[in-house]
Design a protein around this ligand. Structure first.
Ligand SMILES: Nc1ncnc2c1ncn2[C@@H]1O[C@H](COP(=O)(O)OP(=O)(O)OP(=O)(O)O)[C@@H](O)[C@H]1O
Ligand SMILES: [Mg+2]
Length: 318
């Protein structure tokens, strides 16, 4: 009798063992295989050249001739950049490269000296932040802006009004929803659950850890069901366990079709989760491409040389 004909009854322990190994291997492979969202993004970007300013097949955000100076410092001078819909696009670059300023400008939190930008086909140049948020583009901040004396739930519910800023504190909350408070609360509760913050629901945001506040900000940003979220260093100051779950949330957003633009200094994180990377230095886009293109890019290596120590020292401090 050949080995092929052996029945499980003959060597039950071996077979059980082998099966367990196979199941483990399968789980490992599944874990490592790119998600459907990642594969979709890779296919969409497959023919895009790794060059600064390169057009994308289906851009959700198109920025042209955007400039902003502070005194003599040209913080942003971006000739042209496009963000492909449905991708995780990372914006990287040394400290002071203009990443946060770029975010501020396109989301309406700061005004450029010049430039135009289109979101989802509509010219939204010069619109205030809450209107841009209302049309589907929201951001989170490098330094979290949780309102410490509101509860976690109230903080998330505030997201429903778009990003109107802290002026809101002066308005009684119940007037903000115009009779839609129940719906708003239900969505906020669902988001708290998604980010595993339900146990903090009725606590003041001031009692949360830094990492929990980052999650709170993401939950708040998602209240308006955005099609594009811009995350400015969402992982900074977050402990490693929470970092993993934040990464999972970011990939989850992309997998369900939301476009994510992300500023992050941790290169391992960037290389692991980005579908596309835009590199800024001294206000300009100096390189673009897939993680593998960026790893080999001379301009990128040059831009980072000498700043490596700064990057390391700055990690976790924002
Ligand atoms: N409000 C401001 N007033 C004056 N200068 C500013 C202001 N905001 C930014 N800058 C300057 O503009 C440049 C770009 O700053 P920005 O914060 O956009 O950089 P960044 O790429 O986000 O850096 P980091 O990685 O350190 O967060 C820097 O030289 C910074 O000092
Ligand atoms: Mg910044």
């Amino acid at each position: 009798m050949s080995a092929d004909q052996a029945t499980p009854r003959e060597e039950p322990e071996d077979l059980v063992h082998q099966r367990a190994e196979l199941v483990e291997e399968e789980a490992r492979l599944q874990h490592e295989a790119p998600s459907e969202g990642a594969s979709r993004a890779a296919r969409a970007l497959a023919d895009v050249a790794a060059e600064p300013g390169v057009p994308k097949p289906d851009p959700i955000l198109v920025v042209e001739d955007l400039t902003r100076s502070f005194g003599g410092v040209k913080a942003v001078q971006v000739d042209h950049v496009e963000v492909q819909r449905g991708t995780i696009t990372a914006v990287i670059g040394p400290n002071g490269a203009g990443k946060s300023t770029f975010f501020n400008l396109v989301t309406g939190f700061d005004r450029p000296d010049s430039g135009r930008w289109r979101f989802d086909g509509a010219d939204i140049t010069g619109r205030p932040a809450y209107r841009i948020a209302g049309s589907g583009m929201v951001r989170t901040f490098q330094l979290t802006k949780a309102l410490m004396r509101l509860t976690t739930l109230e903080n998330v519910m505030l997201g429903a009004t778009g990003q109107r800023g802290e002026r809101l504190l002066t308005a009684p909350l119940r007037f903000l929803w115009r009779g839609q408070e129940d719906q708003v609360r239900q969505r906020a509760d669902a988001l708290l659950e998604r980010f595993r913050l339900t146990h903090m629901r009725d606590e003041f945001a001031g009692t949360m850890s830094g990492g929990q506040r980052k999650l709170l900000e993401m939950a708040r940003a998602l209240m308006v069901r955005p099609s594009l979220v811009m995350l400015d260093e969402p992982m900074a100051g977050v402990n490693p366990a929470l970092t993993q779950s934040l990464l999972g949330h970011i990939q989850g957003l992309r997998d369900e079709g939301t476009t994510v633009v992300l500023v992050e200094h941790d290169m391992d994180v960037i290389m692991a989760i980005s579908d596309w990377i835009v590199v800024m230095a001294e206000g300009r886009v100096i390189a673009e491409g897939r993680p593998d293109d960026i790893r080999r890019n001379k301009a990128v290596i040059d831009a980072y040389l000498g700043t490596r120590r700064e990057l390391k020292e700055d990690d976790g401090e924002h």
